[in-house]
Design a protein around this ligand. Structure first.
Ligand code: GUN
Length: 294
């Protein structure tokens, strides 16, 4: 039976630690850290994610400034807001919730965010720093959360065969860069058009799945003892929330696995808080946050 990697309780521990840390800054007479959150339109899933992020900010003492813009906001209007926030000394981080409406260019919006305020770590400068092993960039929240979880559970990464299914800019690509940066692991990236997916997943000692397709990975596609990190969040017709893997059957075969919900999701939010506080710390003349050391 697999160890269940409990992201929910680990994220709560981190949030409690960050809350104490922020209290210390306030005691020193410093202002609160501040995160600007921009949501364009009314996508119900995005609204839930944003609410979650803002509640977590409030819990740890981060001031979250919310900009809820209408679906028909123009790209120019959004760029103008980002420009203002870039220039606001009291705003530490800027988060634009994705996906954006189709009339707005996601890459042009991400490019416009000051890389030093890019809490999501999506800006090409931050991705480039991760790719070239420069330690002063910002690491995207989901890969950072997964990394912290693997370290917390003392999962051996050294020289492992890591297979990542899903090659998105948000998860798959930066996750692969994080593994390559570190422990001599061998990384394979698969995606929705990979020819024989099982051939690759069966080889994985660590399997990370971030596609958004329920039951994509079944027990016959993994080997005994694998560590499975399921990033998928899918709502079934019956209302149940599931990941991309067949959790019930794979947990009999794996050495460790993340549940959905309660695995990677809460760690992504915890990492957003860590990144915000890390940016704040550097602005206040402290070192970057130790939890961002990877
Ligand atoms: N949409 C889905 N995941 C994310 C994320 O991590 N950050 C942002 N900004 N939007 C998202």
């Amino acid at each position: 039976m697999a160890v269940i990697l409990d992201g929910k309780s680990l994220a709560q521990k981190i949030k409690d630690q960050l809350k104490q840390e922020v209290e210390e800054y306030i005691k020193k007479g410093l202002r609160k850290p501040a995160l600007a959150v921009i949501l364009v339109g009314n996508d119900p899933a995005s609204e839930v994610y944003v609410r979650n992020k803002r509640e977590s900010c409030s819990y740890v003492g981060i001031n979250s400034l919310f900009f809820h813009l209408s679906e028909d906001t123009t790209q120019e209007e959004l760029l103008e807001l980002i420009g203002k926030l870039n220039g606001d000394e009291d705003v530490d981080g800027i988060l634009v919730q994705l996906p954006l409406p189709s009339h707005i260019s996601t890459s042009e919006i991400i490019d416009a965010i000051n890389p030093k305020k890019d809490v999501d770590g999506f800006h090409p400068i931050n991705i480039g720093k991760l790719a070239t092993g420069q330690d002063d960039g910002i690491i995207p929240c989901t890969p950072l959360g997964i990394w912290i979880m693997l370290k917390h559970y003392k999962i051996d990464i050294l020289k492992k065969d890591v297979v990542i299914v899903g090659a998105s800019n948000i998860v798959g690509k930066p996750m692969s860069l994080l593994f390559l940066k570190n422990e001599d692991s061998t990384v394979t990236i698969c995606h929705r058009n990979t020819k024989d997916l099982a051939k690759h997943t069966k080889n994985a000692e660590i399997l990370i799945v971030a596609v958004g397709k329920p039951n994509l990975i079944t027990a016959d596609m993994v080997k005994e003892g694998v560590v499975v990190i399921d990033v998928g969040i899918n709502r079934l017709e019956n209302g149940k929330l599931v990941g991309d893997t067949d959790f019930e059957n794979i947990k009999e075969k794996a050495s460790a696995i993340t549940p959905v919900p309660g695995g990677v999701g809460p760690m992504t939010v915890a990492s957003l808080l860590i990144n915000t506080i890390s940016i704040y710390r550097q602005k206040m003349g402290f070192s970057k946050h130790p939890l961002t050391e990877v």
